[in-house]
Design a protein around this ligand. Structure first.
Ligand code: ZN
Ligand code: ZN
Length: 389
């Protein structure tokens, strides 16, 4: 195994300039979720040029793709690429690095395909992580069926093999009241904005009584059209996050109760809009993570301890609930740089980002080789997957 790992590292290094150029091109052309036409096209072309059979528009998602090489009967390993940007600020989550690390791992393995253990390698292009739930649509579309293990990396300010992710669900509350002149006949009106404000305040109080890992945060999306009209319509949207799915459900019920109480108090009618894109918590699979740790250390990476209080959410959590999955964090920014910030946006195209991307590509390709080559290892990972909630 050692010889092929050295060759993987060399293959990734040979691709370094091409991968960095692609990463910078994606960064310079930020596209929002489900609109990543350029990024998905460039990645698909890159993988096709490196010998993958590429299918675009999988699971009815135009900017998703599935690239495959097969070396014979054996397990199927999927490496995921994200490439959507954030509204307003662009690639401040560094998804350009995720995309090219995944594509680079795939291309390096394709270069050594004659010598790989038997199996199938997939590189899956997963759009719209930032709220759109692209991976949820791909799961529903069957893209992860018959996949034995999946992996992706995410840029961060240090190397951390596993970071917990909170489950998150979204709820919108629409209140309908009755318009009236706000000065001449206010008693004729039923104020929908009051219901939205009351909901916000109820949730603010609820927040004092939730577990420290839970997060509830929201906005008023619509609060009326003019100050001299009693608002006849108002809407609020909340994100509810929790570390476990049952607690997430409980919190959702309690947040809904905040809106119901507000509707009752104000005399408005309430419509609850469910978003159908709940992100699930991330499973932690120690045996699988050990494989990553070993390969990362082999590449000279110093691994940091897990961060316990900076918790986000991702649709990779949903993938981790259906197939053994890891999402290690990779250092692409100076220590202390938060994601979704201007400094992280700038860091995502530096030498540090290039180094992180190439090292991550190597570690993912090596991990894929370990999984393909050792059926016993995959069995142990599957066992842990089944026994982990
Ligand atoms: Zn993000
Ligand atoms: Zn991200």
């Amino acid at each position: 195994m050692s010889a092929i790992k050295d060759e993987i590292a060399q293959a990734v290094d040979r691709l370094g300039d091409e991968l960095e150029a692609l990463s910078h091109r994606i960064h310079a052309n930020p596209e929002l979720g489900y609109q990543e036409v350029k990024a998905s096209g460039w990645l698909a072309e890159f993988l096709a040029a490196h010998g993958f059979r590429v299918e675009r528009g999988v699971a009815g998602v135009e900017t998703a793709f599935r690239a495959e090489i097969a070396t014979g009967d054996g397990p199927t390993i999927a490496i995921m690429c994200e490439y959507d940007a954030l509204p307003g600020i662009g690639h401040a989550c560094g998804h350009n690095v995720i995309a090219t690390a995944g594509a680079g791992a795939g291309a390096a393995l394709a270069a050594l395909r004659d010598r790989l253990p038997k199996g199938r390698l997939l590189v899956v292009g997963t759009p719209a992580e930032e709220g759109g739930g692209g991976k949820i649509r791909l799961i529903r579309g069957g893209v992860f069926e018959r996949v034995d293990a999946a992996m992706m990396i995410h840029g961060w300010d240090r190397w951390i093999p596993h970071q917990d992710l909170l489950g998150v669900d979204r709820m919108t509350f629409e209140f309908t009241g009755k318009a009236a002149h706000a000065s001449a006949d206010p008693w004729e009106g039923v104020n929908a904005l009051d219901a939205a404000v009351q909901t916000y305040n109820n949730v603010s109080m609820l927040r004092q009584q939730v577990r420290p890992t839970a997060r509830i945060h929201g906005i008023i999306n619509h609060g009326g059209v003019a100050p001299n009209i009693i608002p006849e319509f108002a809407a609020t949207t909340f994100y509810v996050r929790a570390a476990e799915i049952p607690y997430l459900r409980e919190l959702k019920r309690r947040v809904a109760a905040c809106a119901e109480a507000a509707a009752k108090a104000t005399g408005t009618t309430l419509k609850v809009v469910e978003h159908d894109t709940a992100y699930e918590p991330m499973k932690r699979l120690e045996r699988y993570l050990d494989v990553w740790r070993e390969n990362a250390r082999r590449l000279g990476v110093t691994l940091s301890a897990e961060v316990k209080d900076r918790l986000g959410s991702s649709d990779v959590g949903n993938v981790s609930q259906v197939v053994p999955t890891i999402q290690p964090l990779v250092k692409i920014a100076p220590d202390g740089t938060p994601i979704h910030s201007r400094p992280f946006l700038e860091a995502a195209v530096t030498k540090l980002a290039r180094d992180g991307m190439l090292t991550a590509a190597k570690a993912m390709a090596m991990t894929a080789v370990d999984l393909l080559g050792d059926g016993g290892l995959l069995d142990k990972i599957r066992q842990e997957f089944r026994s982990t909630s």
